[in-house]
Design a protein around this ligand. Structure first.
Ligand code: FE
Length: 330
């Protein structure tokens, strides 16, 4: 038997805790949406992926607290507002990748390449097919019209999705006009805002209100279970700014131990091979235009989406929060 010398042992001990064929991901995207992708990647490449999941804010706080010692190579989360925040706080590294630039349209990634959208979510209008005729609906702005008095349900303004929606309205209209729109929404509310999108849609079914604004995958999840619900999906702003969209996405961390491998994983997630599943598992839309939308989702029809860079949702987030507060949308 070969004798193990002290020097040999020292080499073994000096090895990093995680070998270079392991990538660590901190993910605010839920486990059941990422695990099948990570398993497929490991199968294909032999590279192992460790991950933890939590909400975006605690994960971001953890990366900051861990500083140089963070095991996180990749930070994955939903909403451009959250991705923008992470970049702003300096925890994401700028990645120069032709693959990412080719696979992901420019308005769905950070202009400074610190984060990249991996799936698109549309925040659109859902309505009662019993009490609303489709041609009564036009735009987000029109939901401020007195004809919707006592007929509108909304999710709370505390949710980043609504902060991003209002931020994009500010980007298009400026603060003054946007404040009038939000005040109009508040005046039209049938009930106080709900804690989530599904509750707002359930309120329509219960007859409390006639219209709401939700992310389409919540509509998809609900209708897959409750297909008898008389709820329709409507694509607003087709003659103007387009449907408000946002992304889930990811960025390589500033102190990644394995930056090239993390970049490769990110590139793969944007590829035709991974995109269908990445978007489809959550009934979202692929960012990669070469990839077809999930069959169930594509039944909702084509729509024009807002082509403003989603990073505006982050840049104007503070202004949006203050504006919603002034308009007493809570
Ligand atoms: Fe969500």
């Amino acid at each position: 038997m070969k004798k193990i010398t002290f020097a040999m042992l020292a080499v073994v001990i000096a090895l990093p805790v995680y070998a270079s064929d392991t990538i660590t991901v901190y993910s605010a995207r839920k486990e059941h949406l990422i695990k099948p992708l990570f398993d497929a990647y490991t199968e294909k490449t032999g590279i192992k992926i460790r991950y933890i999941t939590d909400k975006a804010a605690p994960l971001l706080a953890r990366i900051k607290a861990e500083g140089r010692n963070t095991p996180a190579d990749l930070f994955m989360t939903v909403d451009a507002g959250n991705l923008w925040q992470a970049a702003e706080e300096g925890v994401l590294s700028s990645i120069d990748s032709k693959v990412l630039q080719q696979n992901i349209p420019a308005h769905l990634r950070d202009p400074e390449n610190r984060w990249f959208g991996l799936s698109v979510r549309a925040r659109t209008i859902v309505y009662s097919t019993d009490r609303v005729k489709k041609d009564e609906l036009t735009t987000y702005e029109d939901l401020a019209d007195p004809k919707w008095r006592g007929r509108l349900c909304l999710r709370t303004a505390k949710k980043v999705y609504n902060q991003s929606l209002v931020a994009m309205l500010i980007a298009h209209h400026g603060e003054e006009k946007t404040e009038q729109i939000i005040k109009g929404w508040v005046a039209n509310l049938a009930t106080p805002p709900f804690s989530n999108d599904t509750k707002a849609m359930e309120a329509i079914v219960a007859g409390q209100c006639d219209v709401t604004i939700v992310n389409t995958y919540y509509y998809g999840r609900l209708m897959k279970k409750k297909f008898h619900y008389k709820l329709g999906i409507f694509w607003p702003n087709q003659d103007s700014t387009g449907v408000h969209i946002n992304v889930s996405g990811a960025g390589v961390t500033t102190h990644a131990k394995n930056q090239p491998a993390a970049t490769k994983l990110l590139e793969w997630l944007s590829s035709a091979e991974a995109q269908g599943k990445f978007a489809g598992l959550n009934m979202e839309f692929p960012v990669n235009p070469a990839v077809a939308t999930d069959e169930f989702v594509s039944k909702w029809g084509d729509f024009k989406s807002d082509d403003l860079n989603v990073s505006s949702a982050g840049a104007l987030q503070g202004a949006a929060i203050k504006l919603m507060d002034r308009a007493e949308y809570h």
